[in-house]
Each structure stands twice: as structure tokens, then as C-alpha cells.
Design a binder for this molecule. Structure first.
Ligand SMILES: [Zn+2]
Length: 181
């Protein structure tokens, strides 16, 4: 177990000063329902392709202009599945190469040291993976603290965010599928 003092001393930890660790709450069982558990109530299922960065027959890639880090995208399945265990075999087979394609598209932005690929599964119930490009030289954003840092970083200019998404769309469309930016 890492001590709080050790964490605070590490440059990648976003907090300093007098902080304390909350006690863990009692378990909540049954848990509250997650967002969009059925296609009818799922925001992703209701979205049209033209609101995405890039799409193909089975996958859709989305991003946001309102972001602290240009080039953050989410890879979603076109059809409504929750987690890995729910994906049909053909999508599971596709997933590895698709992850590599998205990583490659983000690395192609330039000045990206690493691409973090995250799967948490406690939010929306439509299958999605997060891709976060860690800027070259920003060592404090290494590893699992990057999402935490985002809460404390200023938003980037919307035009800059749009340029990154447009580059990613073009890189994805080089192989196949449709760029929507
Ligand atoms: Zn859905």
C-alpha cells in the first residue's frame, strides 16, 4: 500500500498540501441503474453517424471540442452491447486491430508520447473504450493520473480540438470507413 505522503511527493500526483483519504462507504446493493442500459434509453444508439468523428459498418469514433486535451476519443460499437462478454465474436476479432488503428491515428497527431487506452465500464452501458493522447514531455500526465489531471486543466481552444479530431478522422478513413469532419 502506498502512503499518502509518498503519493503527494510524486510529481504525477495532482494534489499537494493537507489532504486526507475518505473512508470507504458501505456497499450499495443492488447498485443504481447505469445510463442507457437498453437501446431505447441509450444516447449512443440515438446518435446519427454525422455527429461522430469517423464511422464504419461496425464501429464509431467520437470526440469532443470541449476538452482539456486535443485528440481524446471514444471508440464505440455501432450496435448496442455492454461489455466484452456481450460482444459478438466478429466484433471481438475486430477489436484488437481497431484499437491499434485508433492508437496509430492518435500517435499521428504528432508530439504524442503515449496513447492511454481505458476501459472502466461504470458509466454508459453502450460499449466504449477511451483513447487519451499523452503529450510528449508532460511526464506528470503519465499513467492512471491523466484522467484525474483533466479535471484541473483548462479547456483547449475549440478550433485546436477540432483540428485534432479532423486529423484523426482522416487517418482512420485512409484504410476505410467515413470521416465526418
Ligand atoms: Zn446503445
Amino acid at each position: 500500500m502506498t502512503s499518502l505522503d509518498d503519493l503527494i511527493a510524486d510529481s504525477w500526483f495532482p494534489f499537494a498540501g493537507e489532504i486526507t483519504v475518505k473512508p470507504l462507504d458501505a456497499k450499495v446493493i443492488p447498485e443504481p441503474e447505469r445510463r442507457g442500459v437498453t437501446p431505447e434509453r441509450c444516447g449512443a444508439c440515438q446518435r446519427s453517424d454525422d455527429t461522430y468523428v469517423w464511422t464504419d459498418e461496425h464501429w464509431r469514433l467520437t470526440g469532443a471540442e470541449d476538452t482539456e486535451l486535443p485528440g481524446i476519443v471514444l471508440l464505440e460499437t455501432r450496435t448496442h452491447h455492454d461489455s466484452f462478454t456481450d460482444l459478438p465474436a466478429d466484433l471481438l476479432t475486430d477489436l484488437g486491430p481497431m484499437i491499434a488503428r485508433v492508437e496509430s491515428a492518435l500517435l499521428g497527431l504528432g508530439n504524442v508520447a503515449r496513447v492511454h487506452v481505458n476501459r472502466w465500464g461504470d458509466g454508459g452501458a453502450h460499449f466504449h473504450l477511451w483513447f487519451m493522447p499523452r503529450p510528449l514531455g508532460m511526464l506528470q500526465l503519465r499513467g492512471s493520473m491523466l484522467p484525474m489531471w483533466l479535471d484541473f486543466m483548462p479547456p483547449v481552444d475549440a478550433a485546436e480540438a477540432q483540428v485534432a479530431l479532423t486529423q484523426i478522422a482522416a487517418a482512420m478513413a485512409e484504410q476505410d470507413g467515413t470521416a465526418h469532419l
